[in-house]
Design a protein around this ligand. Sequence first.
Ligand code: AMP
Ligand code: GLY
Length: 425
Amino acid sequence: MKKVLVIGGGGREHAIVDALSRSPQVGKIYCAPGNAGISAQAECVAIKDTDVEGLKDFALANGIDLAVVGPEVALAAGVVDAFKNAGLRIFGPSKAAATIEASKDFAKQLMAKYDIPTAAFETFEDYDAALEYVKKGSFPVVLKYDGLAAGKGVVIPETLEEAEETLKDMLLDDKFGKGRVVVEEFLTGPEFSFMCFVDGKDVYPMTLSQDHKRAYEGDKGPNTGGMGAYSPVPIITDEDLEFSLEHVMKPTAAAMVAEGCPFTGVLYGGLMKTPQGPKVIEFNCRFGDPETEVVLPRLETDIYDIFSAVADNTPMPEIKWSEKVTMGFVMASKGYPGDYEKGYEIEIPHSITAPRHCGERSDVAIYHMGTSLKDGKYYTSGGRVLMVVGFGDNLQEAHDKALAAVESIKCENLFYRRDIGWRVL
Ligand code: AMP
Ligand code: GLY
């Protein structure tokens, strides 16, 4: 029986642990650092996801057969390189390949060089030059901080005053950190998340999902890490999918090989179906959160075999998806994505406390994103706190089941969007 170490401690990692726990080959799962919900299915170990040496020493000392990395910060810290150098098996991209997410500018230059469809752009270090460029363009305009910002480094000003303010924050006051700004053309159309397993040159698509990035109903308010998701995405046609695979994901994997940093792991294409066809909004170097919580419950293939095929560069098994569909609601701390308080008790009805595979016993799975456990009670411990996923024969049914479960959860400091899936219901 295999021992697996999952690195990270959010809803995404909970869904990865849940998927691994369905593998008949996996006997023991550790999660570092994990969270209160994950501790019901894995042994949580108190090592930070960016403590590369600590993680490596743990894996060596405990005979870990395979490590799986969730968060981009761990990848950008070089955890994959360190594990491989120590002879350990690990699923995820190298630090060099993770730059496709860590630097917006790297991703944009790569797309420009290899003719991968994306919004027109320029990158700036200098405030005055950036402002000059913005003044010449139209509004809204898209301003992206060139570094990791947990989904919050993108601002879309409607007016020049707002743009000036944001450029000041990003370039003069370094409110996001010390970095450059990518100024981008504003595109329109529905977005979708296209995650693919990639083992260097070969690309194996996952089923599609759609996130809801804005904090409030009606797609209003600030950008967040994501407030809800569903899978599959009926408004994206087979043609769109084929185009995205052939003209975006495969050429990007090939470009990474050509650039000397082959990508292994999950390549996440954040795409928009514009009137001119699908274009790239962003790339991520890992599973999406909350997309993973609606995609992996639909996976019918043994995920340990998939991770192994990528980690070892051996043949990929056929990847199969359930006919059941999923929709999930994020419950977040009031104030998120800005400041929020922690430590509020959460009461979750017993009937929905454990995650379930699609079709198994329950119609609802609850993935913990930011919770802690004390004396048998759950408390909020993050901005995003729970992802509550419903399973159904259609998206309306999945929506209704998830929403009913969300409404049965009691906590005075949580909010959620009730309109998840509005584009398709
Ligand atoms: P990103 O972190 O690059 O995914 O951007 C966060 C969100 O900002 C995206 O999910 C989009 O909703 C929005 N966004 C980013 N770039 C553009 C663009 N060029 N045009 C319109 N919306 C965008
Ligand atoms: N949900 C978007 C992301 O994971 O980046």
